[in-house]
Design a protein around this ligand. Structure first.
Ligand SMILES: Cc1cc2nc3c(=O)[nH]c(=O)nc-3n(C[C@H](O)[C@H](O)[C@H](O)COP(=O)(O)OP(=O)(O)OC[C@H]3O[C@@H](n4cnc5c(N)ncnc54)[C@H](O)[C@@H]3O)c2cc1C
Ligand code: FES
Ligand code: FES
Length: 485
């Protein structure tokens, strides 16, 4: 039984572990304003907002794709759908602006667009003391997960830019904290442990259960492969997995342990402030809806060859903090990926946290993501490169690629070819040949083997040009570029 608020009304519903928020809304509660387009988190037609009560009692709303959000994760939360925004005939500013700007044509994508505008409006409202301007980047970030194929985006963009000029009609219940649900039994088919000890014990008792965090990978097994989950263990409420802690490793490196359940949206402010270049990559990862739910731990545990963060973390020398029935251990990320979707996690183990080192002013970092679309698209190839320049030669060269092998992988032969070399054409020609030894990529829907090999070679050439330019510009600055083509 889940207990939550739907548009301010308390609801208690019995749902199975693999029911999505979209199914709950449309099939059980008859709320059909939220639409199903792709059922895979890509189109945004199903966008709804989930409110969580913050430490000072304020309710913070984030957008999510209802099609891939487990209904159980609504427990003790406020769910807002398009049906809840208007009060009688008085439209919410997001709706009024869409009408005034003619932002809707087919109407199918409109509820999702309105809900993304609603969460943008709520975020801006929360910033009334120090409002952030609605820059094109912020607008793109808010709407990048909503597809519209008929009106074009200009009227929708106009609506976003003008919604604050419409009368502020905001349902009062938006500020109501959801009911505190009674703790679910640890044997519930959708268990929601709150401590690491409870999580590890549940894993021990139910080895067959799958873990779920943001569900932005896992739920595609439900909607695309029609997998049924009898039992799931939700890691999103485990306190230890939600912490971000400053740390110093045994080898003297300073950095942070980022809890595995920390979402990209929560990570963004820290990266923007302290590791601003890494934030650029997150801006290109999925959509706002995906970044609001997806976690760093999920990206790594999923062990996809095209996950965005592993190649970057491999070049940064990241480590994992694992916890299981036999205690806790640390593992270099280098040793984690064993084969396609295979990892070094032992039975019952979970990722507790990921080590992110402080940016080192002596090291350079460049990351280039190649995908078909700029917004909300998975990489075809991602190259992450890190090196120091000492007396004109490259040292500690670490190069990693996504999309080039069965796992995210370091290019060891290419690294060796460049180590202690000046960044000359000749050194990079040797490196280019070595790249052929490092990788024999596959062809798939995102790119042919030939495209991938050529792209990786071109990224290597781009690296050479970047180093040559960096030598004349600002050689000591950490650089990170996340481009999509
Ligand atoms: C539309 C869309 C766009 C996307 N775009 C991108 C993109 O641009 N770049 C990219 O890299 N990815 C992308 N993804 C994939 C996905 O969003 C990321 O991989 C995300 O980080 C997964 O995190 P999650 O919390 O949702 O994981 P989940 O889906 O909840 O879990 C993924 C896997 O990790 C396991 N797991 C989760 N937490 C732990 C833990 N603590 N310990 C051990 N195992 C654990 C789960 O059991 C599951 O097997 C996209 C997905 C969608 C649907
Ligand atoms: S239906 Fe397309 S994102 Fe959910
Ligand atoms: S109005 Fe529906 S696709 Fe654009």
């Amino acid at each position: 039984m889940i207990d939550f608020l739907l548009n301010g009304q308390r609801r208690q519903c019995a749902v199975s572990p693999d029911t999505s928020v979209l199914e709950l809304l449309r099939d059980t509660l008859g709320q059909t304003g939220t639409k199903e387009g792709c059922a895979s988190g890509d189109c945004g037609a199903c966008t709804v907002a989930i409110g969580e009560t913050g430490p000072e009692g304020q309710v913070n709303y984030h957008s999510t794709n209802a099609c891939i959000t487990p209904a159980h994760q609504l427990q003790g939360r406020q769910l807002v759908t398009v049906e809840g925004l208007a009060q009688g005939d008085a439209l919410h500013p997001a709706q009024a602006a869409m009408v005034a700007c003619h932002g809707s044509q087919c109407g199918f994508c409109t509820p999702g667009i309105v809900m993304s505008l609603f969460t943008l409006h709520e975020a801006q409202r929360g910033e009334r003391q120090i409002p952030s301007p609605l820059t094109p980047q912020r607008l793109e970030a808010a709407l990048g997960g909503n597809l519209c194929r008929c009106t074009g985006y200009r009227p929708i963009r106009d609506a976003a830019l003008t919604m604050s000029e419409h009368p502020e009609r905001r349902p009062q219940w938006l500020d109501a904290a959801a009911p505190q649900p009674t703790a679910s039994s640890s044997d519930a088919p959708f268990a929601q442990p709150e401590t690491l000890a409870e999580l590890v014990e549940l894993r021990r008792r139910h080895p067959e259960a799958r873990l779920v965090a943001g569900a932005t990978d896992l739920w595609l097994e439900v909607t695309q492969r029609l997998t049924r989950f009898e039992r799931l263990i939700d890691v999103t409420r485990v306190a230890e997995l939600n912490a971000i802690e400053a740390t110093t490793l045994g080898d003297g490196r300073h950095g942070w342990w980022i809890g595995a359940s920390v979402t990209y949206s929560r990570l963004e402010p820290l990266l923007e402030e302290r590791f601003e270049p890494f934030a650029h990559l997150l801006h290109r990862l999925g959509s706002a809806q995906i970044r609001n739910r997806g976690t760093l731990g999920g990206n790594i545990a999923n062990a996809s060859p095209i996950g965005d963060t592993p190649p970057v973390l491999l070049t940064l020398g990241s480590r994992l903090w694992l916890a299981g029935p036999d205690g806790e251990r640390e593992l270099p990320l280098d040793d984690f990926f064993l084969g396609y979707k295979q990892t070094a996690l032992r039975e019952g183990e979970v990722i507790r946290a990921i080590f992110l080192p402080h940016p080192d002013p002596q090291r350079h970092l460049a990351v280039w993501k190649l995908s078909k679309r700029r917004e909300d698209d998975i990489s075809a190839v991602l190259g992450a490169f890190s090196w120091r320049l000492e007396d004109g030669v490259m040292r500690d060269v670490r190069l990693a690629f996504g999309g080039m092998a069965a796992t995210p992988k370091r290019a060891r032969a290419t690294e060796a070819a460049l180590e202690c070399q000046a960044p000359t054409r000749a050194a990079f020609e040797t490196a280019r040949l070595a790249l052929g030894d490092d990788f024999q990529p596959m062809s798939d829907v995102r790119g042919s083997a030939q495209y991938r090999q050529l792209s990786a070679t071109n990224l290597l050439e781009r690296l050479r040009l970047t180093i040559m330019q960096g030598e004349t510009d600002s050689p000591r600055e950490v650089m990170l570029h996340a481009y999509a083509h």
